[in-house]
Design a protein around this ligand. Sequence first.
Ligand code: DAH
Length: 344
Amino acid sequence: MEQLLQQLENYKQEIAETIANTPEAVEAFRIKYLGTKGLLKSVMGEMKQVPNEKKKEFGLILNDFKLFVEEVYEKLKAQGEQESATGNEPGLDWSLPGTPIAVGTRHPLSIVRNEIVSIFKRLGFAVAEGPEIEDDWHNFGAMNLPEDHPARDMQDTFYINQDPAWLLRTHTSSVQARIMEKQKPPIRVICPGRVYRNETISARAHCFFHQVEGLYVDENVSFADLKQTLYFFVQEMFGKDTKVRFRPSYFPFTEPSAEMDISCLICGGDGCNVCKHTGWVEILGSGMVHPKVLENFGIDPNKYTGFAFGMGVERICQLKYRVNDLRLYSQNDVRFLQQFTGAL
Ligand code: DAH
């Protein structure tokens, strides 16, 4: 009898502590305690073992117990109904699948920039950035484009202030200047960033676009290093079958200078609109850093040499993803942007 009473106390405690968050759990409670094979039934069965003189007393206790279990059951049931009606958390069924959240996609230009950066990182290049609002010196002067230099006309500039001249950088070559004034050789950096030019917006030109600049200055850096580095880049970026050619060119900050073309990926070299039927597409400008540029930063051109290059991210993206209109990059049309899901 004593033991039985103790047992009932334990059950009571267990029942009082039951949490039933879902209709299923409430039903399980009912089956476990009130069902035909439930606990209540089996406790009632114990009555047989109780001596006759104690039957009345025990009967009352059992009745109390029954009322208690029923009361808890009603309470759990009511709670569940109320909570699922209000959507409160305990009424939620956590096992249900969630509502999918639409995840944004990376912008194609970011995807391509990240890929360019990761290729050069593997070659030991560090990443650097510079300001988009520049002064005349870092954008032009230091890069061997003194005032009235005719090559300034190659890049139509947005001026913010006349005197002193502040402008939106026209190329990421300005970051070369920012690096060399702080750091001495060996220097091996790439500088991704946005640049601005006063151009009429069309499918082929935009007033802002993106470049990745590269700069490598050390002892004994040669044109062969430049070629090999860029050749490696092209193979990694566009595949082993891509052909490369260098054409002599002119940039004030490099001597000698070269532009690099790759075989057209759109037509495979047969000739199309993108390559203007030549089979080749220009992707970057490059050259050996002009001794004057090194001198501007107190780097001895007799001891150190370097190469530099600058490439357009939009152009590389065009070749890689066949984007035929520059305006698409900045129109924020989700039908365009959604096509790049999954890429990093
Ligand atoms: N800054 C040049 C441009 O925007 C690209 C360029 C050419 C960068 C040659 C370089 C270079 O670093 O060596 O057209």
